[in-house]
Design a protein around this ligand. Sequence first.
Ligand code: 5GP
Ligand code: MN
Ligand code: MN
Ligand code: MN
Length: 300
Amino acid sequence: LDDEFLKDNNENSENFRQDKILPDLETDMPSRAWRRMSEKQTFKTVAPLNIHSPVKPDCLRFVCLSDTHSKLHVDDMSKFYVPPGDILLHAGDFTMKGRPLEIERFNEALGKLPHKKKIVIAGNHELSFDDSLFTEANCFGESIGTVERYLKTKGLKSVRGLLTNAIYLQDSMVTVCGINIYGSPWQPRFCDWAFNVIRGEEILQKWNWIPENVDILITHGPPVGHGDVTKAGINVGCVELLNTVQKRVKPKYHLFGHIHEGYGLTTDGETMFINASSCTKGYKLCNPPIIFDVPLPPGQ
Ligand code: 5GP
Ligand code: MN
Ligand code: MN
Ligand code: MN
């Protein structure tokens, strides 16, 4: 397959004419796919808003975190300051292994934060949230039996119930003051962690569940081209996710984390892409939360 053929097949033929998004032929080579795709679109990096700035009038303030990896201890705000706001969003990897104790500590930290609503998705580190792994003994360093007995003492069937201070989204949506927020934990397979799926058709099926009326999309992993460059200098984001965002869903904001070194904001002119990874590549909690203000819809 030469370059011309791929170009034709991806952008001029059925793929492009149909409303339906098809898997990209170069999906397994995201750097290469992005080089091709980036020629035909706007791409800009965006400076983050000062986290101490006042909220714009008639707006809701969103405060974004991701990849806090069991390091969020809000008792000492001098170490990691979480600014106030209306809604806190967390794009997954709030633990290292998804152990109940880690989930409870994260939930406690959330409880101490002032935001009226906290919306959380899982990442690949939340092993116990992935039903397909929960059947495997010791998948996260504790025997399933021990975890199940522990949950039973709390009257819970699943670890999700431990997140009492959050709205947990998993391929689901919540509407807050007229703003639709959808969350999804899936990412392209890497080292067999939770919510891993194969690039192409399989991951596209997950993205096909995202409804069109989403204003804020939260996924754990980045789309290709935005906040997805690793230390090695390669893009590892999901090609099908970028196509879904740009061609079909067109949310105002797309929040994610997962590639810690991709922290920051970028835009394609229609969607603001936010990699809010709070931890660095070395799992040090020091990237400040990213904030944005959304005008309240009429009547809210
Ligand atoms: P985490 O283990 O917290 O999900 O990801 C931590 C780091 O692992 C990321 O910052 C990134 O450096 C690396 N990583 C995660 N997923 C991928 C991937 O799909 N490909 C590559 N090359 N590195 C990844
Ligand atoms: Mn839309
Ligand atoms: Mn992470
Ligand atoms: Mn991750």
